[in-house]
Design a binder for this molecule. Structure first.
Ligand code: SAH
Length: 252
């Protein structure tokens, strides 16, 4: 059989939010490269015969460098294997799936993309915060809070972001949350704009911290907020109600 790489989104948590197609390709995989984010249940669903390669980041250190991950995919697919590259959420929303696609194209390797349920939408949703709502937001902007340090200048235009009237969702934003809140306020965003930080969304131990742009950095500091977390900024946060785990019983 000809080798192929499947760029697969594993969803934001439990196996229930893995797509049917994702489960199909996972079940016939010869090699699975996974990050730290897929839930344990999903890891447990991998076939016994499959070679498992942990590409996760631990405490900021990558087990494997990006180039090494790409090399392994190219090598195994080149040898005729069915390779599943499992990524948290959707494979193309941050997380370097786009670079992997470019590399595989360059090498002439067959690729299939299996989209996933993204944490940017699902984590707020399961916490009871719809990312759009007719009364609060007609627009959704998803940004990274973790700019590539190699970039000569920020890819984010804070002036524009501060002017947006819709919802802003920040992924990978815990470390820079004080800076993000500060930049938005400095560029004119209302200091009273509601903000929610959802840690370990859709897991058993999910925790939500709600505040405003002016106090969210201090609140998060006091509560020792840690990644992974999804940050939601905007009026939709006022729809949040504490203690509704029943909205999303399928937790990873
Ligand atoms: N491709 C992924 C995002 C990769 S970036 C997706 O579509 O969801 C990794 C970031 O996603 C984390 O830093 C965090 O901001 C967010 N994230 C992913 N899963 C999460 C979860 N279960 N709870 C909270 N944040 C999560």
């Amino acid at each position: 059989m000809k080798g192929k790489v499947y760029l697969v989104g594993s969803g934001p948590g439990g196996i229930g939010l893995l797509t049917v197609r994702a489960l199909e390709v996972i079940k016939k995989a010869d090699v699975v490269l996974y990050d730290q984010l897929p839930g344990r249940e999903i890891i447990a669903a991998l076939p016994d015969k499959a070679e498992r390669i942990d590409c996760g980041k631990y405490g900021g250190r990558h087990t494997l460098r990006q180039e090494e991950i790409e090399e392994i995919m190219v090598d195994r697919a080149g040898a005729g294997r069915q390779v599943v590259r499992l990524k948290g959420g959707d494979p193309f929303l941050f997380g370097r799936g786009g670079e992997e696609l470019e590399r595989l194209r360059q090498e002439g390797i067959a690729v299939e993309v299996v989209p996933g349920v993204t944490s940017a939408v699902a984590v707020p949703g399961c916490a009871g915060i719809p990312v759009t709502h007719r009364r609060y937001a007609s627009q959704l902007t998803v940004i990274t809070g973790h700019e590539d340090p190699d970039k000569p200048e920020s890819g984010l235009d804070w002036e524009v972001l501060a002017r947006l009237r819709g919802t802003i969702v920040v992924l990978m934003g815990v470390k820079h949350l004080p800076l993000i809140a500060q930049s938005l306020m400095e560029h004119g965003k209302d200091a009273q704009t509601p903000v929610a930080v959802i840690e370990r969304g859709m897991r058993q131990d999910e925790r939500v911290t709600v505040g405003t742009l002016s106090n969210i950095a201090a609140l998060s500091g006091e509560r020792g907020v840690k990644p992974p977390a999804v940050i939601v900024i905007g009026g939709v946060v006022s729809l949040y109600r504490e203690g509704e785990p029943g909205l999303c019983p399928d937790r990873g």
